[in-house]
Ligand binder design. Structure first.
Ligand code: IPM
Ligand code: MG
Length: 359
């Protein structure tokens, strides 16, 4: 049966990189028999401009009926003056919570060809293959109460709440343990249990769930130490599971280990593996519209979509191999540029991946 993919290009470089991912989907359709139908929708600043709301009802209906969602990026300086409740980011957070996408998988894999593109020494990052499992629909991003209020003495006060229920911790822990079972069987749970009660509970529940996965070696680490260890000796990690905000921060950090934030895909999954797929980088307004952004994170997000939501693992590998091949050929967008390699545009990179798929 034909599967529907909702395409939400969003803002900044979103439309440019998504256009390249669509070329890849088209190629998979024409040459590899992938039976999908693409339907475009508005989200983020683009949706605010057109409808006044970052997540219009039409988009919500579209993503709810789709089998998977591809998202570019949201946000930009143009919408920063708006009230936080209707900023572009609310569109993304609304998608995550409306679709109950509680499990965010962010793999940080170093392509061997990019060992020199990282700011860390090649021997520190060579062979790096980490999976960050970030809780995505809870924690301080969604906790109540929140807001900015005026106190009796006239002073303003900003409030956010870090809150986790046992069931929320348990379900993300299970996703992480199951991922670890398929990999090196090592799971590091990252928290701040020495200070924050919400993550003291996190540690307790993850430890309890771990009893069901005796083959997985579970360790715990405080987030400050984890940040240091990630740049000191990143290869000690296999799978990391952590809260929404810690995962946000650590995944940006991990991306730099791989050479560029322009290389990292992500999958956000619900309990039934319906998913939204997006590069982890943002909308990069500073380079938007210049045809220089790296589309590979978005193309690799398509590979994750094929694997997790469309049940086409072979096609996923084909796409990943095509990305490896263009890197092997020395093709580089500006962000991963190295001495002696040619710098190509966003569109040329997309075309190169499509050409590699044909071989
Ligand atoms: C990410 C982004 C988002 C987040 C922003 C754009 C709301 O940084 O996906 O990592 O904080 O989750
Ligand atoms: Mg982030």
């Amino acid at each position: 049966m034909t599967k529907t993919i909702a395409i939400l290009p969003g803002d900044g470089i979103g439309p440019e990189i998504v256009a390249e991912a669509i070329k890849v989907l088209d190629k998979l359709w024409t040459s590899f028999g992938l039976d999908v139908q693409l339907e475009q929708g508005l989200v983020g600043g683009a949706a605010i401009d057109a409808t006044g709301h970052p997540l219009p009802i039409e988009t919500l209906e579209l993503v709810k009926k789709a089998n998977a969602v591809l998202l570019g990026a949201v946000g930009g300086p143009k919408w920063e003056p708006l009230d936080i409740a209707i900023r572009p980011e609310k569109g993304l957070l609304g998608l995550r919570s409306e679709l109950k996408l509680f499990a965010n998988l962010r793999p940080a894999i170093l392509f061997p060809e990019l060992a020199n593109a990282s700011t860390l020494k090649p021997e520190i990052v060579e062979g790096l293959d980490i999976l960050i499992v970030r809780e995505l629909t809870g924690g301080i991003y969604f906790g109540q109460p929140r807001g900015i209020r005026i106190l009796d003495n006239g002073e303003s006060q900003g409030v956010n709440t870090l809150v986790y229920n046992e069931s929320e911790i348990e379900r993300i822990a299970r996703v992480a343990f199951e991922s670890a079972e398929k990999r090196q069987k090592r799971l590091c749970s990252v928290d701040k249990a020495n200070v924050l009660e919400a993550t003291e509970l996190w540690r307790e529940i993850v430890t309890r769930v771990g009893k069901d996965y005796p083959n997985v070696q579970l360790t715990h680490m405080y987030v400050d130490n984890a940040a240091m260890q990630l740049v000191r000796a990143p290869k000690q990690f296999d799978v990391i599971v952590t809260t929404n905000m810690f995962g946000d921060i650590l995944s940006d950090l991990a991306s730099q280990l791989t050479g560029s934030i322009g290389m990292l895909p992500s999958a956000s999954l619900d309990a039934n593996n319906k998913g939204m797929y997006e590069p982890i980088h943002g909308s990069a307004p500073d380079i938007a519209g210049q045809n220089i952004a790296n589309p590979l994170a978005t193309i690799l997000s398509i590979a994750m979509m094929l694997r997790y939501s469309l049940n086409k693992p072979k096609l996923a590998t084909i796409v990943e191999n095509a990305v490896s091949q263009v890197l092997r050929e020395g093709l580089r967008t500006k962000d991963i540029q190295q001495k002696g390699t040619e710098t190509i545009s966003t569109r040329e990179m997309g075309d190169a991946v499509v050409a590699a798929l044909s071989q």
